[in-house]
Design a protein around this ligand. Structure first.
Ligand SMILES: Cc1cc2nc3c(=O)[nH]c(=O)nc-3n(C[C@H](O)[C@H](O)[C@H](O)COP(=O)(O)O)c2cc1C
Length: 192
């Protein structure tokens, strides 16, 4: 294998999910976030629809407040849990930047939704890999209100658009070890 493969292989294998509470509050320079977004923009895209969109929060607390308030406003009193509110409120406290990632379909696009979602996921993975290369810890979260109609409305999305997830980026003093539960051989079929 050549050196480029070895480098990218090491970045891919070293990317690990770090939960935002494990981040340490240190700030990432905005230029580095821009560089990551530029990587996202080079994701593959069927028919060049480039359906990814990003809302970048330079303070994790701002998104946390909006997320928690959305939960409070759209949860019936009998289901509401203060613990959930607090968890959402403080989720990004120690993150540097929070990026809400959405797939937004252009009008009249004939590309299947599945492919637009896949393209946006590729863009998000580019961010995660770039972050790893820069020593930035990352977390792709889809909990709380992320997939709720209330979040779509909050983000002014159209019916066919999708909230893909929230990327929390920051620095961490710890690094989780990776694991895979299913052997690769169980997921691969070779036809010769
Ligand atoms: C689409 C997607 C949604 C995810 N949502 C969550 C989530 O809501 N909560 C969570 O703890 N982890 C979430 N994760 C992160 C996974 O838990 C994590 O990728 C998995 O444990 C494998 O660990 P690794 O990323 O270190 O390889 C999500 C990952 C993806 C790709």
């Amino acid at each position: 294998m050549n050196n480029t493969f070895n480098i990218i292989s090491s970045v891919i294998k070293n990317r690990r999910t770090t939960k935002p509470p494990e981040m340490n509050g240190e700030k990432i320079p905005d230029e580095q976030i821009n560089a990551l977004l530029e990587l996202a923009d080079w994701a593959p895209t069927h028919a060049n629809t480039e359906p990814w969109n990003f809302t970048v929060y330079t303070n994790g607390k701002t998104f946390g407040k909006q997320h928690a308030e959305l939960y409070a406003a759209s949860t019936a009193a009998e289901s509401y849990m203060q613990m959930t509110y607090e968890k959402l409120l403080h989720m990004g406290d120690k993150a540097s930047h929070v990026i809400v990632c959405t797939m937004q379909r252009k009008p009249l696009v004939r590309i299947p939704v599945l492919e637009e979602i896949a393209a946006t996921a590729c863009a998000m993975q580019n961010i995660l890999l770039g972050a790893t290369a820069l020593g930035i810890a990352s977390y792709w979260g889809s909990g709380g209100m992320v997939h709720s109609p209330a979040m779509k409305q909050f983000l002014n999305l159209d019916t066919h658009d999708v909230v893909m997830g929230v990327l929390y980026l920051g620095y961490s003093d710890t690094k989780p070890t990776g694991k895979r539960n299913i052997p690769l051989s169980d997921k691969v079929t070779w036809v010769r």
